[in-house]
Ligand binder design. Structure first.
Ligand code: NAD
Length: 255
């Protein structure tokens, strides 16, 4: 057994999770904390962030606010080993449905938001012996889902960004990977179902889209993120880990 296989591999590690007040980010922050990491959450709304997690309010579209929050988190944590770029928003429609301002806003949150937090965190990550960045991408980046043009473009950019960042920082000892969740049972999906004409039928359709026949749980995505953040994956960088109930790997094939 190497040191990276110890069950206390996160003890003493310092982590920052964006969008960590809710859904996948919340489950990830809780799991990192349960594994012994000291965890800071950056979110536009931190009212639901409880001890022992540390909350820092910032909108990832506001560069100055992100810098202030990330600097404060790193100072309070005493450094940074793990950055989870998870804050993101959805968008539905074909290219005919979303106007320029919607395109700018979703790309600003989902793509440039990750650039802002990473830029602010890089000096501290360079000083870490276990530096890892995990970006929350989506199966939408590669699955060709209908009525997701803007969202898919934003997540395709996240996947490309992950690879570019992995290449740029590999010799600095910073690993960069991403997860591609399928449909995850979070408040986000709850809002989507609430807005549907027939929420039960919409939920059944989302479940049927995944070969497992059920939605992925936030805890299952958190498990993948924490693996990629942990010394257990020290040989892995520039990869995408799907947590999609088989959506990509088990695409329907001709019999
Ligand atoms: P959620 O809406 O349940 O939680 C998102 C969190 O991000 C919230 O706490 C919110 O306050 C925060 N946030 C959103 N915009 C922000 C901003 N501009 N600045 C700071 N914080 C902001 O969503 P979720 O389902 O947990 O999704 C989290 C990530 O997972 C997103 O990047 C999303 O694209 C991705 N994802 C979700 C699903 C899914 O089915 N739920 C599937 C694939 C990928």
């Amino acid at each position: 057994m190497t040191d990276s296989h110890r069950t206390d591999a996160f003890t003493g590690l310092k982590a920052l999770v964006t969008g960590g007040a809710c859904g996948i980010g919340r489950a990830t922050a809780a799991l990192l904390s349960a594994r012994g990491a000291d965890v800071a959450v950056l979110d536009r709304d931190i009212t639901a962030v409880d001890e022992p997690l540390r909350g820092y309010a910032a909108d990832v579209t506001d560069d100055a606010a992100v810098r202030t929050a990330v600097t404060a988190a790193i100072s309070d944590l005493g450094g940074l080993d793990v950055l989870v770029n998870n804050a993101g928003i959805g968008a539905q429609g074909t290219v005919a449905d979303n106007d320029d301002s919607e395109w700018r806003h979703v790309l600003d949150v989902n793509v440039v938001g990750m650039v802002r937090t990473t830029r602010a965190a890089l000096p501290a990550l360079r000083a870490s012996d276990h530096a890892a960045i995990v970006n929350t991408c989506s199966v939408a980046a590669t699955a060709g889902l209908p009525r997701r043009a803007l969202y898919a473009a934003s997540k395709g950019a996240v996947q490309a960004l992950t690879l570019a960042m992995a290449a740029d920082h590999v010799r600095e000892g910073i690993r960069v990977n991403c997860v591609n969740p399928g449909t995850v049972d979070t408040p986000w999906i709850g809002r989507l179902l609430d807005a549907a004409d027939d929420p039960a039928a919409e939920r059944a359709a989302l479940e049927a889209r995944q070969p497992t026949g059920r939605l992925v749980s936030a805890d299952e995505v958190a498990g993948a993120i924490v693996y990629l953040a942990s010394p257990l994956s020290s040989g892995t960088t520039g990869t995408t880990l799907a947590v999609d109930g088989g959506m990509q790997g088990l695409r329907p094939r001709p019999a």
